[in-house]
Design a protein around this ligand. Structure first.
Ligand code: C2E
Ligand code: MG
Ligand code: MG
Ligand code: MG
Length: 278
């Protein structure tokens, strides 16, 4: 009986696996079609100085309106794009377009581009970055690559080699989602990075929860001793922003400061203190 029961479970499991694999294959097919038809697009989310409220840059976020499915988060389709080999082409397109866009922005504003783990293991990323800069004329100082701790440790030596080359061009590196990866502190010691982005999960209740606040404070102290600016992600309330200001956080990003979308140049060109007014 136990055997029959076991077989039944295995069978169910295999059906689930088949269904899952089928869905991923479907999505992979749609990803290639979207690439061909130029159906991906980019939105930008503002990053601001906590002390002065000035705009420091924009993070570019990839968007895909998948026919029959609506908007799919890059968190869901980037892994499939990695699996089916499309991430190289998608990543190159994102870098090219983001640099072209940023080249027309006011001088100091930076553009931050997310780089997936697999991209970071492909040596041609170096050439892709170089080509995007050359073609757009954007100063390398104004390009920042966001990488996660998890993507770095997947193939540590290769990632280190690639990041050093990219840095040698003058491009800067931010550690994204800091605090949620595997070996945060070891990563900090061995990687040539220029900014720490605190994962947005630490913003949860930071204004009321002493534990969250203690962690944020510790990351800020780390940034100060390493002489690296710290940006807080996922800032949604004025209360959170006030904590960050009191604790000396360098930059902030989140729905309170601006939702991802098209850049509103009316807003962007007059750096008011609107955010602290709510
Ligand atoms: P991420 O780099 O950590 O990006 C921040 C995510 O948090 C974005 O989700 C953004 O829309 C969301 N967010 C921003 N402010 C807030 C806030 O105040 N509250 C909340 N709840 N969320 C906020 P999105 O656009 O869905 O992107 C998810 C992830 O997909 C990104 O996480 C990044 O890892 C990846 N991704 C996005 N664009 C690209 C890309 O062009 N290439 C690659 N390889 N990955 C990308
Ligand atoms: Mg990011
Ligand atoms: Mg992040
Ligand atoms: Mg994230």
């Amino acid at each position: 009986r136990a055997k029959a029961e076991f077989d039944r479970h295995i069978c169910y499991y295999e059906r689930e696996m088949d269904e899952h694999a089928r869905q991923r294959r479907e999505m992979a097919k749609d990803i290639w079609t979207a690439l061909e038809q130029d159906a991906f697009y980019l939105v930008y989310q503002v990053q601001k100085s906590v002390a002065t409220n000035e705009i420091t840059g924009y993070e570019v976020l990839l968007r895909w309106d998948r026919p029959g499915h609506g908007l799919v988060s890059p968190a869901d389709f980037v892994p499939v794009a990695e699996e089916c080999g499309a991430i190289g082409a998608i990543g190159a397109w994102v870098l090219k377009m983001a640099c072209l866009d940023a080249a027309s922005w006011p001088e100091p504003h930076k553009v931050a581009v997310n780089i997936s783990g697999l991209q970071l293991s492909q040596v041609d990323l170096i050439e892709t970055v170089r080509a995007a800069l050359l073609r757009s004329g954007l100063s390398p100082k104004r390009l920042e690559l966001e990488v996660t701790e998890t993507s770095i440790i997947a193939d540590k030596n290769r990632a280190l080699h690639i990041l050093r080359q990219v840095k040698a061009m003058g491009v800067s590196i931010a550690i994204d989602d800091f605090g949620t990866g595997y070996s945060s502190l070891d990563t900090l010691r061995s990687f040539p990075f220029d900014k720490i982005k605190i994962d947005r999960s630490f913003m949860n209740e930071v204004e009321v929860n002493e534990q969250s606040k203690a962690i944020v404070r510790a990351i800020l102290a780390l940034g100060r001793s390493l002489h690296v600016p710290v940006l807080a992600e996922g800032v949604e309330t004025t209360a959170q922003l006030e904590v960050l200001r009191a604790e000396g956080c360098t930059e902030a990003q989140g729905f309170l400061l601006g939702r991802p979308g098209a850049i509103d140049w009316n807003d962007a060109l007059e750096p008011t203190l609107r955010t602290s007014a709510g």
